[in-house]
Write a new protein. Structure first.
Length: 309
């Protein structure tokens, strides 16, 4: 049984069926069954078959059914007639004290990135910090607690994030041209890999947020389309994406894996397919679901928002 009130069916070729009380997920030689009353949102990601009777059974049970592209981009939703619960959740979400939640996101991001740097130092037996940098990051994590304006939190978050990427560049072969995190279009393969991995992480996190019926565009620290997704993936990037990317850059990246043109770097098709498989393994959906559920409970039940990564 799923640990959360939403259930994801991803990939292709799954048959989604039901009885009056049970949802049946059949894919190839596997069969999974779930009590219908435990599913508040069925998330259908990719191409599958679902019977009309199953849709009726779910809707009668008060469940939402949300459809996504394979990359996690939401397409549409079926909801019980007259249901206003999502509207109420979004109203509560917009009324929360954003600055308190933003602090939790920024602190967790610094903690995860400090751990990533320290791990690489230990594994490579090579110092990455210049004098005072490690202490500054630790101090910044503590000082966030005393900031009262969102702009101050954002400013310190950007500063520590920029420092992190620059520090990690010191362990990357200089021939690849990576010095720091840059915006698109990417001019080096490391930034291209990071962007590709973050896009996959974004899609997985977006699916979970919609599963919890939270508004992905109502951010805590960021603002705009997908802002809440961007917030929640900040503490997850270092472990789920960066660790893999920087290891590939140090150990196995080849000039045949990418092509550089003036002002742009493009990953090869074969290398991109390889990355998809690697990131599918490194992106931990259970941790994403757990983080989203913690946020959901904090918003709807006024619980404390604590990020454990």
């Amino acid at each position: 049984m799923t640990d959360y009130p939403w259930l994801s069916v991803s990939g292709f070729g799954t048959h989604i069926k039901s009885t009056q009380k049970t949802l049946i997920i059949q894919k190839k030689n596997t069969l999974e069954e779930y009590p219908l009353d435990s599913i508040k949102n069925l998330l259908v990601i990719g191409g599958h078959t679902i019977s009309s009777s199953t849709i009726l059974n779910l809707v009668k049970n008060g469940s939402f059914i949300t459809f996504f592209e394979p990359d996690g981009n939401p397409i549409g939703i079926i909801r019980p007639f007259g249901d206003k619960s999502e509207t109420e959740i979004h109203r509560i979400q917009k009324a929360i004290p954003r600055h308190r939640y933003a602090i939790a996101v920024a602190q967790a991001a610094i903690k995860s990135r400090l751990s990533a740097i320290e791990y690489v130092q230990e594994m490579q037996n090579s110092p990455l910090f210049y004098e005072g940098e490690q202490q500054f990051l630790h101090t910044s994590q503590e000082e966030l607690e005393y900031l009262i304006k969102l702009d101050e939190i954002r400013r310190l978050h950007r500063l520590t994030t920029d420092m992190y990427y620059e520090i990690m560049s010191r362990n990357i072969p200089p021939d690849f041209g990576y010095r720091r995190r840059t915006i698109r279009p990417q001019s080096d393969p490391i930034n291209a890999m990071l962007s590709f991995g973050y896009a996959m992480l974004f899609g997985n996190c977006c699916v979970s947020l919609i599963g919890a019926r939270l508004d992905p565009d109502s951010g805590l620290m960021n603002e705009g389309k997908g802002s809440l997704v961007q917030d929640l993936i900040e503490p997850l990037k270092a472990d789920m994406i960066d660790r893999i990317v920087f290891q590939i850059a140090r150990e196995s990246l080849d000039f045949a894996d990418f092509e550089k043109t003036p002002g742009r770097c493009m990953l090869s098709d074969d290398f991109t397919k390889k990355l998809i498989g690697i990131f599918h393994s490194s992106i931990n959906d259970k941790k994403i679901d757990e983080l989203v559920y913690i946020l959901y409970n904090a918003i709807t039940n006024n619980n404390e928002f604590i990020i454990r990564y």
